[in-house]
Design a protein around this ligand. Structure first.
Ligand code: LLP
Length: 430
């Protein structure tokens, strides 16, 4: 990828820190984040709201990368965060993230999870289904509490990368169905409940979305529903939450619209449509995960063995793989990688960058162009910050990597590398 930062030695730098030094000081495999990227992307979203003169909330979808330190970074910018489990909740709480700025998502929140959410003062529950309405009522009654909620609906749009489809009848597992009147029924139930303060509507149409069309369609659809709810039930929404999904560039072939440009167009649509429909301008909430942490993350590996298949191909194996980044194996996701010591050197060969896991499918990158490499060289995979570490596993009993944050030339370890002791800490003798 173009414009990679290098230092005077020609080494790739991450947040101003020499990537060779990161590998030396923290070991490999290692996940390194350039934290100024995270901050800048959030600020770009926030600035877009300001420029459009629309009240907005950037709620970081923490499933993309959920560790204490990232909640602390998000909190310094006044941004909110989404959580989807009690595990993410307790991580955010341990990080002293303001619970009032958390939104709790999920299609099957348990009684325990809802209990914890209310106990810790989670600001918004995004209610997904009728079962949850019942559980939440039970929890609120038991704790003598009340809470803000959004109703998640299935808008009949599915968007991925540069395509979006209008599905009419949608078969998503998430949210209240619109066509059958379920969403309106849910709204009636919730507005009648004194402990639930219904603040608005939520939808999420997909992930890694490259152009704004799907979002525009979604926005218009949600606003038309709000109009219907206003007419039929006298309901006034103060929040329109359009979800996340802003796409990022993994390789040179990817050409997404800039997330903040998509947001600007969405906000224009919100203003015109609310005007047309004579609706009050709601607060607009967005839930980007990938766009905030994806490009900020780098995976550092050391090259070990090499297998040349004469006349065919070569496998270059690294000390990580599908355990720290399942996306290539799971979604055939494409990435690119560079040599830490010479990221801009002309490539001389194509290799498959293979992981160390016992599966033929554990190939991190197919047909990667690289300069001459040697065992021990550090190779850096780019844009691995979203859904990499957060989806990591201990497959083959490999410890999860360490995570380091870099910023302005400094580095700080934020997650320790797992030890072999960690791997067996819950195992009992038989
Ligand atoms: N809001 C909701 C309700 C979501 O379900 C998601 C992602 C997001 C926000 C954030 O979407 P983002 O801005 O990160 O695209 N593991 C997959 C991605 C799954 C996304 C699930 N929901 C991957 O690695 O591509």
């Amino acid at each position: 990828m173009s414009n990679l930062p290098v230092n005077e030695m020609g080494h790739l730098t991450i947040g101003g820190v020499d990537s060779i030094n990161l590998a030396r000081d923290f070991g490999t495999p290692l996940v390194a984040y350039d934290i100024s990227y995270v901050k800048k992307q959030i600020q770009k979203f926030q600035q877009t709201f300001t420029d459009a003169n629309v009240k907005g909330v950037v709620s970081y979808a923490s499933k993309a990368f959920s560790v204490k330190a990232i909640y602390q970074v998000i909190a310094t910018l006044g941004a909110h965060a989404d959580i989807v489990s009690a595990g993410e909740l307790m991580t955010a709480i341990a990080a002293n993230f303001p619970a009032a700025n958390l939104s709790f998502h999920g299609n099957n929140k348990s009684l325990d999870e809802l209990n914890l959410a209310i106990k810790y003062g989670v600001g918004t529950i995004v209610v997904d289904n009728f079962h949850e309405l019942e559980l939440l009522d039970q929890v609120l009654t038991e704790q003598n509490a009340s809470v803000n909620i959004l109703l998640r609906v299935t808008p009949g749009i599915s968007a991925h990368t540069h395509e979006y489809i209008q599905t009419g009848q949608t078969d998503s597992k998430f949210g209240f169905d619109l066509e059958s009147g379920q969403a309106e029924k849910a709204l009636q139930l919730a507005t009648r409940n004194d402990r639930m303060n219904v603040r608005g509507i939520h939808a999420h149409i997909g992930s890694q979305i490259f152009d704004v069309n799907g979002f525009i369609f979604e926005t218009k659809k949600l606003l038309s529903i709000l109009k219907k709810w206003q007419i039929n039930l006298g309901f006034k929404a103060s929040i329109l939450n359009i979800g996340g999904g802003f796409g990022i560039r993994y390789t040179n072939e990817d050409n997404p619209q800039k997330p903040e440009d998509m947001l600007a167009t969405i906000l224009e649509t919100v203003k015109t449509e609310t005007d047309n429909l004579q609706l009050p301008l709601p607060e607009v909430w967005i839930e980007p995960g990938r766009a905030i942490v994806g490009p900020a993350g780098y995976s550092l590996y050391s090259i070990g063995s090499r297998k040349d298949v004469p006349g065919l191909t070569s496998y270059l194996a690294v000390d990580g793989g599908m355990g720290d980044n399942i996306r290539p194996a799971l979604y055939q996701a494409d990435y690119t990688a560079v040599l830490a010591k010479a990221p801009t050197l002309e490539p001389v060969e194509h290799v498959h960058l293979a992981g160390k896991y016992c599966e033929s499918g554990d190939i991190l990158i197919n047909d990667l162009s690289l300069p001459q490499t040697h065992s021990g060289d550090v190779v850096v995979m780019l844009a691995t910050g979203a859904y990499g570490y957060s989806m990591a596993s201990n497959y083959n009993r490999n410890p999860r990597p360490a995570v380091v944050f870099t910023e302005k030339g400094n580095s700080k370890l934020v997650v320790k590398r797992e030890t072999y002791g960690d791997l067996i800490q819950n195992d009992l003798d038989y």
